[in-house]
Design a protein around this ligand. Structure first.
Ligand code: BGC
Length: 818
């Protein structure tokens, strides 16, 4: 808990001084990101902004990009999550943000969930443990968190309206189980209610979930904030437990809420409770006492980069390593193949998308780590992008002989680049979700012009796409207006809510030649703090034959494949679990050309790997953040011994996954797989995954001693079990020991085994350490929906100490007595 918390009496005292209208004003944003100030009483405005991958500036200013949620969970490292959370907390302070809209702790129910990359795992315990550490880390800096999206928000299809239908037991044991320990142990300052309905009632007005479970049963004393635009009713939300409507200005609250109070639909006691919680939150941020934390802010520091690099490396999962191919030996030659090796997917799209301070590519990482001893030859191979990627800033220069990448940007406080220039910068980031804040006049008007040079790296057809939330934008290359007022547009809904104009143009350009480029964006007015502008470019097609030839010539080939830089995003689910045919064929051909081929998978979730049997080494790189290229090289060269383990099952084929018949659903999404989410399904149904939950190799080997613990215990009592783990190899390494509980009698329907403990330990070569697990009643409990609640059935249980959900090393039987 942060040190800047105001005493509760002060907060209650403030509440007593507020008028009804002032209280109501605190229950909705004043704009997209902040709450209104009440100057009369010295209550300043509180600001929120997104995570969880880093601090997303609402003005598209850069921050450190950390690995995405699923990657962090692959570290299984509580202390690292705390470190990352603390760093993001300090970046939030530097950006003037009081509450970070993170972490996302929804369960990865289907492999195709569009936001899975933001979330941690298919398992509630792993999710909760990662969430507790992240929340503790952020809040240790005096910055609030928003644990989201409460609850059963597991897909993007029909995301604003669909109903997730599931029974109480499944809700408790899987979906709420990811939130409960975070609420109770880490005490987050806010919880974000989901867009979807749960069993036919919107999550943002769900009395039972918000009032009864979250606030009364779990003792949550923070605020429930609606996901952006999720509030659907006035009295229903206020009485249903929603404290704060976002974004502002108010639609359901504000004047409507005042009317509901006057009409007797919402009591003043209810308003008082919401307002008290909001004041408590403001108190927690330190704002009431002059925000003493600002000195703690830090942004893109070497320390934060180092944390990003270490977490990227620790997240990588060595899925397969035959013939001792890894670690890579320096010397000789390496062919690095794949467009993503030079332009990787470092994060997913949507609200979590951070403007990167820099992007270390796999190719750069390998060059830094291996050159000059090793000759490195790069070939793109094939184009992995289903949609054009964001314009690569390295192709831009502000001109005048400058060697920094980017274009010169001039901002104007009026439309059409008229009047004085209010600010200038060099800018290479053309994925902007919220920008121009500083230049916007009071009606939201502003404009910007970027100028400089564009130097293609390949000759041929360049296909541009620009998308913008304002009425018009321009793109001029050389003297050709590629996009202008006359260019056709298609208007699409971003994240299913915001209209975006998309415009396309194609031009043939010559490699190495510098073309003058001008880009303009003009906004006559609109919401402050929510303008979108993206410039995408698909470059000429790569030379596939050259890639195979390069693989043939080299001692080792590293081929990087993935789902591209745009396809894992908020707002839509992944279209498929397959890589593009072109990439699969490339992998096959590279494997045929060079048996020493390492395949690196740059995705936020599982993909089918039809070549897995033939590939001697496979590394899951995830979406590793801005330092990912270094992290990858650290693992490939053995500087870091890989220790990541899968937080989600990688099935052989999409059809094997438990939601295959129950996803995406229509308006109603029936969670037909019930409790059997992820490994719970594969284990119960006896379906072999490609790589199981919890799997990940090391460059050393660990041996597991006997699992020690009591032979019997009283049902419901706590117990401790322990095991000795030895590093039996000759390299330092880290192992995550997993503890699964199996109910041998199975008097109720249950998954075969469930994760109930894990510990990650560091072991020097030859070293042995004892790992202990404290198991409480919940480790054996199930939710009896016939009124019994959490129940432990006496009988015989088997505990498994395991290296993965399918690599059970030691077991211990325990009799739980009445
Ligand atoms: C997302 C939230 C996010 C919010 C604010 C919504 O679209 O679902 O996760 O915090 O936007 O950007």
């Amino acid at each position: 808990m942060a040190n800047s918390q105001e005493p509760e009496e002060r907060v209650r005292e403030l509440l007593s001084q507020l008028t009804l209208d002032e209280k109501i004003s605190l229950l909705a944003g004043q704009d997209f990101w902040s709450l209104p100030a009440i100057e009369r009483l010295g209550i300043p405005s509180l600001k929120m902004s997104d995570g969880p991958t880093g601090l997303r500036s609402t003005n598209s200013e850069p921050s450190t990009v950390f690995p995405v949620g699923v990657a962090l969970a692959a570290t299984w490292d509580r202390s690292l999550l705390h470190t990352v959370g603390s760093a993001i907390g300090r970046e939030a302070i530097a950006h003037g943000v009081d509450v970070l809209l993170a972490p996302g702790v929804n369960i990865q129910r289907t492999p195709l969930g569009g936001r899975n990359f933001e979330y941690y795992s298919e398992d509630p315990m792993l999710t909760a443990e990662m969430g507790v550490a992240y929340v503790d880390g952020v809040q240790s800096q005096g910055v609030g968190t928003s644990v989201k999206h409460y609850v059963a928000n597991n897909q993007e299809h029909n995301r604003m309206s669909g109903s997730s239908n599931l029974n109480e037991r499944v809700l408790r044991e899987i979906y709420l189980a990811a939130f409960e320990p975070i609420i109770k142990r880490a005490r987050p300052w806010t919880v974000m209610s989901a867009y979807n309905q749960v069993n036919g009632v919107f999550a943002s007005e769900h009395d039972e979930l918000l009032n009864t479970v979250l606030k009364d049963e779990w003792g949550f004393d923070g605020i429930v904030v609606s996901d952006w635009g999720a509030a659907k009713s006035t009295a229903g939300s206020a009485n249903g437990g929603l404290d704060l409507e976002m974004p502002g200005p108010a639609r359901m609250y504000g004047e409507e809420l005042r009317k509901a109070v006057d009409a007797g639909q919402v009591s003043e006691t209810v308003i008082d409770d919401h307002a008290l919680r909001v004041l408590r939150l403001i108190g927690r941020t330190g704002l009431l006492s002059g925000n003493p934390k600002t000195t703690r802010g830090a942004l893109m520091t070497p320390e934060h980069r180092e944390i990003a690099r270490r977490s990227a490396a620790d997240a990588m999962v060595l899925l397969k390593n035959e013939m001792g191919l890894l670690p890579l030996k320096a010397a000789g030659s390496v062919a690095v193949i794949g467009t993503l090796a030079d332009y990787p997917a470092i994060q997913g799209g949507g609200s979590s998308q951070v403007s990167p301070d820099r992007i270390v590519t796999p190719l750069e990482g390998l060059r830094d780590a291996l050159s000059p001893d090793t000759a490195i030859h790069f070939e793109r191979g094939v184009d992995p992008e289903p949609r054009a990627p964001v314009l690569d800033g390295r192709l831009l220069s502000p001109g005048g002989g400058s060697n920094v990448p980017g274009l010169k940007a001039k901002y104007y406080a009026a439309p059409d680049c008229l009047g004085d220039v209010v600010s200038e910068a060099v800018d290479w980031r053309f994925a902007k979700l919220g920008f121009g804040e500083a230049a916007q006049d009071k009606n939201g008007a502003f404009s910007v012009e970027w100028t400089g040079e564009f130097t293609p790296r390949h000759s041929g057809e360049h296909s541009w796409q620009i998308s913008h939330s304002n009425p018009d934008a321009e793109l001029i290359i050389g003297d050709e207006v590629l996009v202008g007022p006359e260019t056709d547009r298609v208007t699409e809904l971003l994240f299913m809510i915001l209209p975006l104009n998309q415009r396309n143009a194609t031009v043939t350009l010559e490699a190495g030649k510098s073309y003058p480029i001008t880009i303009r964006y003009s906004q006559p007015g609109g919401i402050k703090g929510f303008n979108i502008f993206n410039v995408y470019l698909r470059e000429p097609a790569p030379d596939r034959t050259a890639a195979i030839e390069a693989a043939k010539q080299a001692d080792t080939a590293v081929v990087v494949v993935g789902s591209g830089t745009t396809s894992e995003t908020e707002g839509e689910d992944r279209a498929s679990m397959a890589l593009s045919d072109a990439q699969n064929a490339l992998v096959e051909d590279v494997l045929a050309a060079n048996p020493n081929t390492i395949v690196v998978v740059n995705t936020g979730g599982p993909v089918e790997m039809p070549w897995a049997d033939r590939a001697p080494a496979i590394v899951q790189m995830w979406l590793p953040g801005g330092e990912g290229g270094h992290g990858l090289a650290d693992v490939l060269t053995g500087k870091v011994n890989p220790s990541g383990k899968l937080p989600v099952t990688f099935p052989k084929r999409y059809a094997d996954n438990p939601t295959y018949l129950h996803f995406p659903g229509g308006q109603d999404v029936d969670y037909g797989e019930g409790l059997f989410v992820g490994y719970r399904h594969y284990d119960a149904a006896g379906v072999d995954p490609l790589f199981p939950f919890g799997h990940g190799l090391s460059y050393t080997q660990f041996t597991y001693g006997a699992l020690n613990g009591p032979a019997s215990a009283q049902a419901g009592s706590a117990m401790t079990v322990s095991i000795e783990i030895t590093n039996a190899g000759d390299t330092h390494g880290a192992e995550t020991v997993q503890l699964y509980v199996e109910d041998l009698a199975m008097q109720e329907t249950k998954p075969a085994r469930q994760l109930r403990g894990f510990e990650k330990i560091d072991l020097a070569a030859g070293e042995t350490k004892t790992v202990t697990f404290d198991l409480n009643a919940r480790a054996f409990a199930w939710w009896d929906r016939n009124g019994g609640g959490w129940t432990v059935t006496p009988g015989r249980y088997r505990l498994h100490a395991a290296a993965s959900s399918r690599d059970l090393r030691q077991s211990l039987d325990i009799e739980l007595t009445e």
